[in-house]
Design a binder for this molecule. Structure first.
Ligand SMILES: [Zn+2]
Length: 288
């Protein structure tokens, strides 16, 4: 049993990654490709990457997608920057690979990796926010992923400005519209700074303009985290994605407004492999 392995796939907006991982979450083999433009091509890439990592010891396959997923049926809902809601991904892959395939949102996969091996190891109540092109998320309560009736965890879509900007979800002022990587780019442009400026550069400067950009980016994140702490009462909030570490540093300059809600904030430590490791581990956990 201990020799069994899983393949984890992480469908990102820029790169699709796959890795064969042990039950302990150690990567044994991996492959990646730049994400194709159409859902059909993305499915072909998933097939090719699974084949590149495959081995007789692989017992199951986990796939993280940047969209809400019905955990009961593996149906992928529309949304996210790669829309895989059309093709029947999970069933087709199960048939072609002859092994159980488990599909879930990429935020959930990242949370599984951080909870088992990373920043939230040992914690049963965890909120994960992945800050990249958009803001993804997932929550764990009592050691179990919060699933809701189908696809809980769209934490980038909690409101932080009721009269704010239009969000892709149809509402106004979602956290994602102000504190994602896309939003940071807009804050930088609005300040008249070059588009090449990074969050790390802004954080290393001590001028009012840089501080202003960081504050406009991170104040809504603090508000969002405080709302999540008020509703879910996690021990730890883990910030992942490409901007997780920078967001964590920036949050230090925006202390919590309330003392009612106590929580730690920590950067994710599984890095860019969190998605594939978490997908593999989540698939193991779904095995009968
Ligand atoms: Zn939204």
């Amino acid at each position: 049993m201990s020799a069994r392995e899983a393949i984890g796939v992480d469908v990102g907006g820029t790169t699709i990654k796959a890795a064969r991982v042990s039950a302990a979450g150690v990567i044994i083999a991996q492959a990646s490709q730049a994400t194709a433009k159409t859902p059909t091509d993305v499915l072909a890439q998933i097939d090719a990457l699974i084949a590149a990592c495959d081995h007789a010891r692989v017992a199951c396959i986990g796939i993280g997608v940047p969209s809400p997923v019905d955990f009961r049926t593996a149906r992928i809902f529309p949304g996210g920057y790669v829309d895989l809601s059309g093709p029947p991904l999970t069933g087709r892959l199960s048939r072609t690979n002859g092994r159980p395939v488990f599909t879930d949102n990429d935020g959930t996969m990242a949370l599984v990796a951080e909870a088992r091996l990373g920043a939230a190891k040992g914690s049963a109540n965890v909120v994960m926010l992945t800050i990249g092109t958009g803001i993804g998320g997932a929550a764990m309560l009592g050691g179990k992923i919060v699933q809701g009736k189908a696809s809980a965890g769209q934490l980038g879509h909690i409101t932080v400005a009721y009269d704010g900007l239009d969000c892709a979800c149809g509402r106004l002022g979602c956290l994602e519209t102000l504190s994602s990587g896309t939003a940071l780019g807009r804050h930088i442009a609005n300040a008249g700074l070059p588009a090449t400026v990074t969050a790390e550069e802004l954080l290393s400067r001590n001028d009012a303009q840089s501080r202003g950009v960081i504050e406009r980016w991170i104040q809504p994140l603090r508000s969002g985290i405080e709302s999540l702490a008020a509703t879910l009462d996690p021990e730890i909030v883990v910030l992942g994605g490409g901007l997780g570490k920078a967001a964590c540093t920036a949050l230090a300059s925006v202390p919590p407004k309330s003392t009612w809600f106590q929580y730690r904030v920590a950067p994710a430590i599984c890095g860019s492999e969190a998605g594939v490791i978490g997908a593999g581990l989540a698939a193991f956990e779904r095995l009968p």
